[in-house]
Each structure stands twice: as structure tokens, then as C-alpha cells.
Design a protein around this ligand. Structure first.
Ligand code: GAL
Length: 411
């Protein structure tokens, strides 16, 4: 069956089918929400249809915070999967140093990744000592607030166009029995929401001082005090949001039980699965309607080394395929992320994705926390943020003091 499909697809597939025997590749990832599952299914379909190999899906529920330690300990413990999602950036640094990941430099060169991957920081994040160790598959940005038209209309107020308007509308949402801010409880969510608020409220220069230059004075200073105060206020808006997972929080917005969620653009995949339309059922404001900017983090695939030439060839076929134009379009339209190459046809993009593409084209981009901080520093900030967002008695000033300490030691 597989052979017939490939034979029909053309000579390239036929050659591949005879040169390399079929391999089953186990692929781990944490894409288990409705939108995420629909997106990763595009990868699996392309791999099964366009190569002689099989995608064996290894989804791990519970988001990156749960999946990453499992993925990393399997690789370190000698039970590696054949391919895995991680956020590109610094999460794989130690695995690369330990020589556990396949060098993809030949694939990158053959496919011309240096010429097509945009922004170049995505490929740089995959590169250590001049060698390429991952295939970047998307650009995901954190800087979005998602607003429910139903919630605001039930509360009798206009859909806000900025963070200040949103804050002003929160009491009306509360009076109408709505949760002003939907928040899940996972540490990365608390940290992400804070980071988005920091860019909007402290501004890009202060954010860059703290996140790129690790400037503890700015982290502990007056400008950042405003961010902590705003976050303490936002914490009260989220007091009745009792969900755990990010997509459950998105669902509160989709159903109009909550006014808003601060979440990365993967939330778009949930609105798409729910068949909601941007501009009609919901609004997305980049940079909280204050600073139109996006961070260019995202996902990349890494291929743990296997002692088998046939498997290695199949891993490299997968790496090349994930960046191919058609796969990039089909996957990213479902995922809510932007493609890593600018030379693909995105006429089918919705309004939010179009906004993201415009911001990317304007060059208003920042690195993602996974690119600027080590996993250890990120973990310390996440611990602080989850405590702060969940304990109303934790004052903004105390949280800021702890934050400045972490930044002083950050790497
Ligand atoms: C991020 C990942 C996204 C998205 C999100 C929620 O780490 O980059 O692709 O899926 O987690 O699961």
C-alpha cells in the first residue's frame, strides 16, 4: 500500500523507497490539545505519504513542563526516541554537548536552510559550533491577548483595543459573572503571561535589559515595579479561573465564560478547531495592543543519535520534509504559528496570523525566553511566578525583590 502510494507520487519517492528500507520512527511531542493534535497530524500525514517510513506518534500530555523532563531523561538514559519536539533555544544545549543528538548540517546545507529560514535567529538557535542540530518548524510568539466577543457583549462593554481599556472593562465583566482573565495553573503559563505584560508595560528597552542583558537593577527598579503591580492586579482578575491546562483556559474564552487570556499564538489553533472567526467571535491583540511586537521562539525537531544508518537516513528525510513548503503551510495554518520560511503561500492565513506576518515583516521581533535564559534560570523564574500568581498575599514588592535576585544570578 505504502509502496503503491509512493510509486504514484513519482520517481524521487521510488528511488528513496529502493535506497532506504522502511523505518518506524517514534516521534515525541507535547501537542495534545485539539489545535495542536490537528497540526501535528499534518506532519505525520506528510511523512507517511511522502516517504517510505512510518510516523509512530509519541504524544505526551501535560505541556512542555511535563513532557520535556521525560523526553530529556529518555535520551540521557539510553532509550532515545527517533525524533522529538523541543523549543528551539537552549533546552537541548546539554544534550548536544554530550554528543547525543544527530548532526543535521548536511541536510541544512543540501536544503539551503541558511537562505530560507527567517528570521536567521531560528537557525542560529539550532547551531552549536557551526553545526546544525535541529530543524526549526515554526515561529511561535507569546505576545497576544485573546478576547471573547461574547463575554464583552454580555457585559455590555466594547471589546477593548488595548491593555488599559481591558483593565477598565474588567469590573463590568465581573459584574456580569465573567472571569476577566482566564489563566491555567502551569508554571510556564504564569511566567509567559508576566513576560507579555513586561513588554507591554515596562517597554521593549527595559525588557531587553532584563531578559537579554540580565540587568538586575532594571529588574528591581521602578519601571519593573509597574509590571509587578499590574500583574498583582491581573492576578485578582484571574482569581476564579480554576483550570489547569492552557487550552482549558482558552476554552473559557471560546465559550464566553472569561473575557480574555494572555497566551501564545498556539491558542489560535483552539479557536480554529471551535470554528470561531477572528474579528467576529474573538479578537487577538498583539503586544496587548500597546507594543506591536512578537518574540520569535517556537518549536524545533531534534533527532537523537541511533546506531543505525538506515534510521539515520530516515531521520534526515524527516528533517528535510518538515521544512518543505507544502508541509510548512499545512502545519502552521493549523498550529497558529508562522512558517519558518518566507517563500510560501499564506493566502489562507486568518486575520491574527496576518497580523503576526506583518509584524514579522516589519522587523519588530524579540528573542524568546528559551533563547535568552538557561533552562535553570527559566525554572527559577517559573517557580517564583507560579507562587506569585497563586498566592494573593505575595506582594508585588516582595515578588519583584526575588525576581531581581534571580536575574542577578541568571545565565
Ligand atoms: C509551547 C510550544 C507550542 C505550544 C505550547 C503549548 O512550548 O512551543 O507549540 O504547543 O507549548 O503546548
Amino acid at each position: 500500500m505504502k509502496f503503491i502510494r509512493n510509486a504514484l507520487a513519482g520517481t524521487t519517492a521510488l528511488c528513496a523507497a529502493t535506497a532506504v528500507s522502511a523505518a518506524d520512527l517514534e516521534v515525541t511531542h507535547w501537542w495534545t490539545s485539539g489545535g495542536e493534535a490537528a497540526a501535528v497530524a499534518e506532519f505525520a500525514k506528510a511523512f507517511n505519504d511522502k516517504t517510505d517510513h512510518n510516523w509512530v506518534d509519541g504524544a505526551i500530555a501535560g505541556s512542555g513542563g511535563t513532557a520535556r523532563p521525560i523526553i530529556i531523561s529518555r535520551i540521557l538514559g539510553g532509550d532515545p526516541m527517533h525524533a522529538t519536539q523541543l523549543n528551539h533555544g537552549r533546552q537541548a544545549e546539554e544534550l548536544i554537548e554530550a554528543g547525543l543528538l544527530l548532526d543535521l548540517t548536511d541536510v541544512a546545507e543540501a536544503e539551503g536552510w541558511a537562505d530560507i529560514v527567517n528570521p536567521p535567529s531560528l537557525l542560529e538557535s539550532c547551531t552549536v559550533d557551526g553545526r546544525v542540530y535541529c530543524a526549526p518548524v515554526n515561529i511561535h510568539s507569546w505576545q497576544w491577548i485573546w478576547l471573547s466577543h461574547k463575554a464583552f457583549s454580555d457585559a455590555g462593554v466594547d471589546v477593548p483595543t488595548s491593555w488599559d481599556e481591558y483593565v477598565a472593562a474588567a469590573p463590568a465583566l465581573e459584574s456580569a459573572g465573567k472571569i476577566p482573565l482566564a489563566m491555567g495553573q502551569q508554571p510556564w503559563q504564569s511566567n509567559g503571561a508576566f513576560g507579555v505584560m513586561a513588554i507591554a508595560i515596562a517597554g521593549i528597552d527595559a525588557w531587553s535589559e532584563v531578559n537579554i542583558n540580565k540587568n538586575a537593577d532594571v529588574a528591581g527598579g521602578e519601571t519593573y515595579a509597574k509590571v509587578f503591580e499590574a500583574a498583582a492586579n491581573a492576578r485578582s482578575f484571574a482569581a476564579n479561573s480554576n483550570v489547569q491546562d492552557w487550552n482549558q483556559a482558552t476554552n473559557l474564552v471560546i465559550t464566553g465564560q472569561a473575557g480574555a487570556q494572555i497566551m501564545g499564538d498556539w491558542a489560535q489553533g483552539e479557536f480554529a478547531v471551535a470554528e470561531q472567526t477572528a474579528g467576529e467571535d474573538y479578537t487577538c491583540l498583539p503586544g496587548l495592543g500597546v507594543n506591536e511586537i512578537i518574540s520569535t521562539g517556537g518549536d524545533a525537531f531534534y533527532f537523537p543519535k541511533q546506531d543505525d544508518a538506515g534510521i539515520e537516513a530516515a531521520q534526515k528525510e524527516m528533517a528535510a520534509l518538515l521544512l518543505s513548503p507544502e508541509v510548512q503551510v499545512n502545519f502552521n495554518l493549523k498550529k497558529g504559528s508562522l512558517p519558518v520560511r518566507g517563500d510560501v503561500d499564506l493566502t489562507a492565513a486568518n486575520d491574527c496570523m496576518k497580523k503576526g506576518l506583518e509584524i514579522l515583516a516589519s522587523g519588530a521581533i524579540l528573542p524568546d525566553g528559551n533563547q535568552t535564559f538557561s533552562p535553570d534560570t527559566t525554572g527559577q523564574i517559573e517557580d517564583l511566578m507560579v507562587e506569585f500568581w497563586n498566592d494573593p498575599s505575595y506582594s508585588a514588592a516582595d515578588a519583584q525583590a526575588r525576581y531581581a535576585e534571580i536575574i542577578a544570578d541568571a545565565d
